[in-house]
Design a binder for this molecule. Structure first.
Ligand code: TYD
Ligand code: MG
Length: 466
C-alpha cells in the first residue's frame, strides 16, 4: 500500500492535502510540514498492546456509578499533597494518583525545576512510592546537578533516565513500576510507529495519547512538559490540550523572578486558579501573600493609578492598574494596553468619553496592569476607568481606596460576584475605603472596619476623585 502524506500546520494541527504558505485555520505563515498519515488501525493495536496491568492497580471493567470500588487506587478522593501550597491549590487540592497533567511554558521559565520539586514533594508525602523522571533534553548529570542545587531530600526513590524513544520509556515503566512518571519534554519524544520527526503534530499527538492510555490503564500519574513555541517549527501544547486531564501554564517575564502557574483546564478542580512562585537561587518558592507583589510600593498618592480586588480562581488578589495620558500628535489617538484586552480598553474609554465627558479624544492612552498580571474579569471595569479618569483630570486617587464594579455600555455600575470576599481581602491588606456598586451596599455592610461608598453611574467618578 502506498504511504499517504498530508501537510499539517505545526501551530494549530490543521491538515491539508497540499502545501500552503499560510494556514487558513490559524493564519500562521510557513507552518505546514509534510507528515505521513497515521494508519489508525496500527496505532490502536499498539495502544491496546501498551495497556498496562500492574497487579493491584488494574482498572475495573464496568461498575455502577454508586459502587464503591476497592480496587480504585486512582480518582480524585485519593489525592496526595505536593508540599507546595500554591501548587496544591492550582491542582484543585493536591495531585490525583492517575491524573495526566500537561505543563506548558516558554523555554527557560522553570518547568524542569518545578517538576523536580514536584517529585521531591511527592516522595516526602509518599516515601514508599517511586518516581520515574525521563528527560529527552538533558543528560543525567545535568538533572543530578539541578537536584543537588534544589537540595532534593528523598533522592533514593526518584529514578532518572535520559531517553527519547517512547517504547523504551514504556519498558522502563514496566520494570520500575513508578507511581509518578515525569516526561520532559513532549517535543523530544517519538514513537517508532510514526515516521515523522519528534515535535511534529502527528508525533506529539500520538505520544500524548499513548501516555494517556498508560496513565489510565496502569494508574500512574503522568506529568508532561510542553514547550510553548513561537515560530511554529515544532508543535506546541495547544494541540494536545483536549487529551489531558489538567493543563497548567507556567508564565513569567524574562529577567524577573515572579512566576505564575495558571490552570487552563482541570478535570479535578477549578480553572483559572493561579499559583504564585518566586524563582530563587534554591529553586521555586511559594509566594504566600501575592497581593503585595501586584501593588507597587508607594507612600504618596499618585495620579493615574487605581486598585482593584480581582478574583483569580478562588483567591482574591489586589492589583494596581495604571494609566497614562499624553496629548496625541496624530489624528487618531493611540490606545496601548498591557494586561488588559485592547478591545476592552477601547470599550471602557468610549463609555468614559460618552458618559463622564473625560476628554480622551485627543489623548494617547497607555494602560498597564502592575506585576505582569492579565485581567479578564468584568469586576475590574470601574477600577480601570478610575485609573484612566484620574490620569486625564490629573488628580490622584488615595492609595488606600479600592474600586469594585462592572460597567455597562450605558455607564451604569453593575454588581460583582463574591463582594464580601473582595472587601475582606482589601481590609486585611490595610485599605481604608471601597467604592462599590450601589446595589450591593446592603450586602457589603456586613464587613465592618472599612469605609464603603456606593456608586451608581460612572459620571459620579468626577465627584469621587477630588
Ligand atoms: P528550567 O527549569 O531549566 O526551565 P525550563 O525547563 O522551563 O526550560 O529553569 C531555567 C532557569 O531557572 C535557568 O535560567 C536558571 C533558573 N534557576 C534558578 O534561578 N534557580 C534554581 O534553583 C534553578 C534550578 C534554576
Ligand atoms: Mg527544561
Amino acid at each position: 500500500m502506498k504511504n499517504k502524506t498530508q501537510y499539517s500546520c505545526q501551530s494549530c494541527g490543521f491538515n491539508s492535502t497540499k502545501w500552503l504558505g499560510r494556514c487558513p485555520e490559524c493564519s500562521s505563515w510557513n507552518s505546514m510540514v509534510e507528515e505521513k498519515v497515521i494508519n489508525t488501525k496500527d496505532a490502536s493495536i499498539a495502544a491496546v498492546r501498551d495497556s498496562f496491568h500492574i497487579p493491584g492497580r488494574t482498572a475495573a471493567g464496568v461498575i455502577r456509578l454508586g459502587d464503591e470500588n476497592k480496587n480504585l487506587v486512582g480518582g480524585a478522593s485519593n489525592r496526595s499533597l505536593t508540599h507546595s501550597k500554591e501548587l496544591d491549590r492550582v491542582l484543585g487540592g493536591g495531585m490525583v494518583p492517575d491524573g495526566f497533567v500537561l505543563i506548558g511554558g516558554d523555554p527557560g521559565i522553570g518547568k524542569s525545576t518545578l517538576l523536580l520539586q514536584v517529585a521531591d514533594g511527592f516522595t516526602q508525602a509518599n516515601p514508599d512510592k517511586k518516581i520515574l523522571y525521563v528527560s529527552g533534553e538533558e543528560s543525567l548529570e545535568q538533572i543530578q546537578a539541578r537536584a543537588k542545587r534544589l537540595k532534593i531530600k528523598n533522592s533514593d526513590s526518584i529514578f532518572l533516565a535520559a531517553e527519547t524513544q517512547l517504547e523504551k520509556v514504556f519498558s522502563l515503566v514496566k520494570d520500575s513500576e513508578p507511581s509518578l512518571l515525569i516526561m520532559d519534554s513532549l517535543q523530544t519524544f517519538s514513537t517508532g510507529f510514526i515516521d515523522s520527526a519528534p515535535g511534529t503534530v502527528s508525533q506529539v499527538r500520538e505520544v500524548t495519547s499513548r501516555l494517556m492510555n498508560l496513565a489510565k490503564s496502569a494508574r500512574i500519574a503522568v506529568w508532561l512538559v510542553g514547550h510553548v513555541t513561537k515560530d511554529g517549527a515544532i508543535a506546541g501544547p495547544k494541540i494536545v490540550e483536549h487529551l489531558v486531564d489538567t493543563v497548567l501554564y507556567f508564565e513569567g517575564e524574562s529577567g524577573q523572578t515572579l512566576r505564575l502557574l495558571r490552570t487552563v483546564k482541570n478535570r479535578f478542580g477549578n480553572t483559572n486558579e493561579l499559583g504564585v512562585f518566586e524563582m530563587t537561587s534554591d529553586g521555586l518558592v511559594d509566594v504566600l501573600n501575592p497581593s503585595s507583589l501586584f501593588l507597587s510600593e508607594r507612600t504618596q498618592d499618585v495620579m493615574g493609578t487605581a486598585i482593584v480586588a480581582t478574583i483569580d480562581g478562588s483567591r482574591p488578589l489586589l492589583v494596581e492598574l495604571q494609566a497614562l495620558c499624553v496629548p496625541s500628535p496624530y489624528g487618531t489617538p493611540r490606545r496601548t494596553s498591557v494586561g488588559l484586552d485592547s478591545q476592552k480598553l477601547a470599550l471602557l474609554t468610549a463609555v468614559l468619553e460618552k458618559h463622564a465627558e473625560a476628554g480622551l479624544l485627543n489623548q494617547d492612552l497607555f494602560f498597564n496592569v502592575a506585576g505582569g498580571l492579565k485581567l479578564s474579569e468584568p469586576a475590574c471595569d470601574l477600577a480601570s476607568m478610575a485609573a484612566i479618569f484620574s490620569a486625564i483630570i490629573e488628580r490622584p486617587i488615595p492609595s488606600s481606596t479600592v474600586f469594585l464594579g462592572e460597567v455597562g455600555l450605558t455607564g451604569e455600575v453593575r454588581k460583582v460576584s463574591q463582594i464580601e470576599l473582595r472587601i475582606d481581602e482589601a481590609k486585611k491588606l490595610g485599605f481604608k475605603e471601597v467604592i462599590l456598586p450601589h446595589s450591593q451596599m446592603d450586602r457589603a455592610k456586613k464587613t465592618k472596619g472599612i469605609a464603603l461608598v456606593g456608586i451608581q453611574h460612572v459620571r459620579e467618578l468626577g465627584s469621587l476623585i477630588k
